[in-house]
Structures are given as C-alpha cells and as structure tokens.
Write a protein that binds this ligand. Structure first.
Ligand code: ADP
Length: 444
C-alpha cells in the first residue's frame, strides 16, 4: 500500500491555496494536505510536524520564500521545498535553489498531474541529496579518522625512532665502555701475569713450596682473567665492526693440532679423551689463523667444560665448492632445541642463574658466530640433552669478506706477492695442496 504523503501548502491567497490543495487531492494519491497563510505560521508548523513536501508561494504577506528557506535552514528543519512563482525569474530561482529549495514551479502550469510529479520528484531528489550528504559526511568522518590515525602512527613512528636512537646511543656507550674497560684492565693484568711469572723463575730467589703455590695461583688466575678481558674486548670490537681479519695462507691442520695440544691438559684434568681427525687432501687455507684458532678454542673449551665424562672430538674435512668443515663433538650435557638460537646471543647461557655450575661470560659463541659470519661461513648445531652436542663450522677455503685485511704483503704458493684475497687469481693455487715448507714467508 502506498504511504500517505503529508504536504503543507503555504500561500497568503486563500483561493490560490485551495486551488493547489484541490489539485493535489485530485491527483488520486493518498495525501494529507495542511495549509498555512504566512511565513511565521509555516515555520512554526514545520517546527512541530514532519512533512514530506512543502509548496511555498514566493510572495507571502510577511516575508518571501527565500527568507523562510533561510530560517528553516537555521532551525535545521529538513524538508523538500517546492517554490511556487507567478512568472519565474531566473536570478531568484538560482538564489532559491542555492538557499536549499528543491524545485520551483510556475503557478500557471500547476495541474494536479504536474503537482504530483513535482511532489514525487522533489521527495526523490531530496532523499537522494540527503543520501549524498550523509555519504559525504561519512566519507569526511572516515577521512578525518584516517588523518587522525595517520597522525597517531606518525607520532608513534617518531617515538620509536627516538627510542631506537637512544638505544643505539646506549648500546654504543656500552660497547665503548666495554672496550675501554677491558683495554684499561689488560695493562695491570699483564703486569700481574708478567711479575708472577718472573717470581716463579729460580734465579729470582728460591720460594717456599707454599709461596710457589700462591704465585702459581696468581699467575693462572691472571691468565684466566686476561682471557676473559680479551673476550670482552673482541666482542665489543666485533659489535662495532672494528675487528678485521688479517688473512694469510696457513696450514689449518697445524693450527688444529697446536690448539688441541694446548687444551689437552684441560681434558685430561676431567679424564676426557680428546681425539683429532684431520681428513684433508689440501691443508692450506687463506684466512686469519688467530681468529680460526679463537673459534676452535671457544668451541673446544665449551665441549670440555660441558662434558663430565666420555670424549671430545675435533674433525676437519673437505667439502665441495672449495670449503672446509671443522666439527667439535662432545658427549656432554647437551642443549635443548629451544635454546639453539639463544646461546649464540651475547651474554646468553642456558643456565643464567648466579649459582650456575659452569662459569663463563656467555660471549664465546657470540664471538664464534660473528667471526664465522665475517668469514662468510656457516654454523650448524646438533644436540640432545644428556647425550652430547655437535658444532660444525663450514668455511670457504679462502675468505673474501670486506673486513679481510692483509697487514703485510704475503706470498702465495707460487712465491708471488698478494695484496687482496678477492683480486688475486693465484689464490686458486690453494687448491693444489703443495707443502708450505718451501715458502719462508709463511707465518705461524
Ligand atoms: P659461556 O660458555 O661463557 O657460558 P658461550 O657463549 O660459549 O658462553 O656459550 C653459551 C651457552 O651455550 C653456554 O653457557 C651453555 O649453556 C651453552 N653451550 C655452549 N656449548 C655447549 C656445549 N658444548 N654443551 C652444552 N652446552 C653448551
């Protein structure tokens, strides 16, 4: 069923009002038509009752249609308005439409049919306009919301950036502090080690058994402390990118054998077998022997430290693509898979408690990780709690990372000078496996 339309006809002339009223009623559509004879009545009626459409004569006894429309807008009364004029004046029509009239109609053409059409059109246009207005309003609101969100995000981004800068600054200070402290502490430490070593020499006077024991303790603890300080210094250098690899050609099997020999006493003290297997056709590599040894020392000392009984193995073998793999394996306490990544982070240990059984700074693996990265190598870890652990380092036979530096010109295996690992084609001779003895420039 069609809904009843509520129409208000506003005209000062009663005859004209009745004519429009009758024409509307005759249209056959169900309408409830009310009348007002002046602007004041029209406004008060519209403030109290909702209408579907208003027919407003341009000239009213108290004011004209333009003023009424402006007042209705002021009171925020929303209704489609059709202005009735005798002869439409173009300028007035434009002003009326601008002010908010929905349509206009010349009274001379106002038959019932046209009036009905105008009513329907006015309602449709009015609703469409309202819909557009609503949609625009919603769009404006979401646009404003987006702008607010964007501003909030921007503020957060700036805060995060500021936090990051502060963190970087704090981290830089920490590294600087670590580097300075460990460097400063090394000088008195070296004096303690040096003088205790001198005291142990018989030519400086015979010490009693107890005195010798005490000086030996000073010497050994001093060496241990120096090792810890060096670890901290190396780590701070690695963190700030100030550590360079001093690459040269060397026999990696010799470095492995020497390191194992140096650490054998530690294994023996715990009654552990320390086994070495070198399975290389060519034992020569181009790398920093000090840093390769440091990797091995860190892995081996961990293997010995975390193993109570059984064995520790060191193996080295060739890999395809001119790479070598160094494996350190133990039958120790093992590492749970959830700790695999953490243990390579600085100062991270599986047991972080103060009462932990195994001493250490928690820097050993972080240093190994950074050094292996610098050498363009990879670390693999396999471990099982209570069974043991296996750390495998895969390294290119010749390092070419940007941090590789060569202190002094060295010779390659053909006795030619080399300056840069990446540029020197003769380094391919590393693959030939010739003995080093022929080359006097080889440094150990
Ligand atoms: P640190 O040995 O000084 O504690 P590391 O960085 O060398 O520091 O090692 C970090 C942690 O990784 C150790 O505290 C230990 O929990 C674990 N870990 C390293 N190597 C082994 C190993 N061979 N067996 C068992 N746990 C190990």
């Amino acid at each position: 069923m069609e809904q009843t339309l509520k129409i208000l006809v506003v005209d000062g002339d009663e005859a004209e009002r009745v004519a429009v009223h009758c024409a509307l009623v005759q249209s056959g559509v169900h309408m409830e038509v009310s009348e007002a004879s002046n602007g004041i009545d029209a406004i008060s009626t519209l403030r109290n009752t909702n209408y579907d459409c208003v027919f407003l004569n341009y000239h009213l006894p108290d004011q004209n249609a333009l003023t009424i429309i402006q007042k209705l807008r002021f009171w925020e009364i929303q209704v489609p308005i059709v202005v009735l004029t005798t002869i439409p004046d173009e300028e007035i029509v434009v002003e009326l439409l601008k002010a908010g009239a929905t349509d206009y109609l010349s009274k001379s053409t106002a038959s019932s049919e046209i009036l009905l059409r105008v009513v329907r059109n006015a309602i449709r246009v009015y609703r469409a306009e309202k819909q557009v207005e609503l949609t625009n309003q919603q769009l404006r609101e979401s646009h404003e919301q987006l702008i607010r969100k964007h501003q909030e995000l921007e503020k957060q981004r700036q805060q995060i950036q500021l936090q990051n800068l502060k963190l970087l600054e704090a981290s830089r200070f920490k590294s600087q502090f670590l580097a300075t402290m460990s460097h400063e502490l090394r000088t008195p430490m070296n004096a303690i080690i040096g003088f205790s070593q001198i005291l142990l020499r018989p030519k400086f006077g015979q010490l009693t058994h107890q005195q010798t024991d005490m000086v030996e303790r000073i010497f050994n603890n001093g060496k241990h402390l120096l090792m810890l300080l060096n670890e901290v210094l190396d780590f701070s250098k690695l963190e700030t990118g100030r550590l360079d690899l001093k690459a040269e050609i060397f026999d990696i099997s010799k470095v492995i054998n020497t390191t194992v020999a140096e650490m054998r006493s530690l294994a023996e003290a715990k009654k552990l077998s320390l086994l070495v297997q070198i399975d290389l056709q060519n034992t020569l590599v181009f790398n920093d022997p000090v840093r390769v040894k440091q990797i091995l020392v860190n892995l081996l000392s961990n293997a010995i430290k975390f193993t109570e009984s059984g064995e520790v193995w060191v193996e080295i073998k060739e890999l395809p693509a001119n790479r070598v793999a160094i494996t350190v394996r133990d039958t120790g306490i093992g590492i749970a898979p959830r700790d695999f990544t953490h243990i390579f982070e600085a100062f991270r240990q599986v047991d972080q408690s103060i009462t932990r059984k195994y001493p250490g700074t928690g820097l050993g693996l972080a240093i190994v990780d950074s050094l292996v990265r610098m050498m363009n190598g990879k670390i693999f870890l396999e471990s099982q709690l209570g069974v043991g652990s296996l750390f495998r380092i895969e390294l290119p036979r010749q390092v070419t990372s940007p941090n590789v530096g060569i202190d002094h010109p060295s010779l390659n295996l053909n006795g030619e000078e080399i300056f840069c690992a990446a540029q020197n084609p003769h380094l391919s001779t590393l693959q030939s496996g010739k003995s080093l003895k022929k080359y006097p420039n080889y440094k150990t």
